[in-house]
Ligand binder design. Structure first.
Ligand code: AP5
Length: 196
């Protein structure tokens, strides 16, 4: 099989708030020629547009709480149906619960696709808080950041084991300079064996 055929195209980036998912998703998307799909960006855009979805989720984003799984499944399925995602995607921020992981599998199954890999970015908590507080997004005040971390630990972190059991997990040290993390992500994907 040629190198191009082995390139992963359906990838999930998993990690705590501030672990660098968005940063690495953009770099990897450019490299693989597939879109970075950030559920956080889509929800923030909906709020900025004052759309019905935005009205529904605004309070939850501001509080650092998760949007319900059913709404997220609809948002993600609509996004993955866009032509630019026909060849694949880098998912940043989805799935975040076990139900969302099942929903993603169903969404991909309806398109005869499956995940190639789930890359986990591991970063110490003190660094996560420092990054978020240094950025000053609307949901980056300390109380909300700590709540987002708590929600991550309780609802999302169990997906690490889930995807490890599936043989899809690739672990990357996210506590390095951006370019070094990107190189580690590339290496982790090259070493992977979960291609469809
Ligand atoms: P979302 O936008 O996904 O936020 P998050 O998970 O809290 O992640 P962040 O965007 O804070 O961090 P990141 O890991 O992307 O890191 P980034 O690259 O930005 O979600 C926001 C909200 O939307 C949620 O709280 C929830 O309400 C809702 N939501 C979204 N998806 C949902 C879902 N599936 N289900 C339910 N609700 C959902 O980097 C962070 C900072 O660190 C930046 O300043 C960056 O420049 C810097 N940085 C990045 N990498 C490095 C590095 N290697 N070294 C130093 N600094 C770095």
């Amino acid at each position: 099989m040629g190198a191009a055929a082995e390139r992963p195209s359906c990838v999930v980036l998993l990690g705590a708030p501030g672990s660098g998912k968005g940063t690495q998703a953009a770099l990897l998307a450019g490299e693989l020629g597939v879109p970075a799909v950030s559920t956080g960006d889509m929800l923030r855009q909906a709020v900025a547009d004052s759309s019905p979805l935005g009205g529904q989720v605004e309070r939850l984003l501001a509080a650092g709480e998760l949007v319900d799984d059913r709404t997220m499944a609809r948002v993600v399925e609509e996004r993955l149906q866009q032509p630019d995602a026909a060849r694949g995607f880098i998912l940043d921020g989805y799935p975040r619960t076990r139900v969302q992981a099942d929903d993603l599998e169903a969404i991909l199954g309806r398109r005869s696709r499956c995940l190639d890999a789930v890359v986990r970015l591991a970063v110490p908590e003190a660094e996560l808080i420092a990054r978020a507080l240094g950025r000053k997004r609307a949901d980056d005040d300390e109380k909300v950041v700590r709540r987002r971390l708590e929600v991550y630990r309780r609802r999302t972190a169990p997906l690490v084991e889930y995807y490890r059991e599936q043989g899809l997990l690739r672990e990357v040290d996210g506590h390095q300079p951006v370019e070094a993390v990107a190189a580690s992500v590339r290496q982790a994907l090259a070493e992977g064996n979960g291609w469809c």
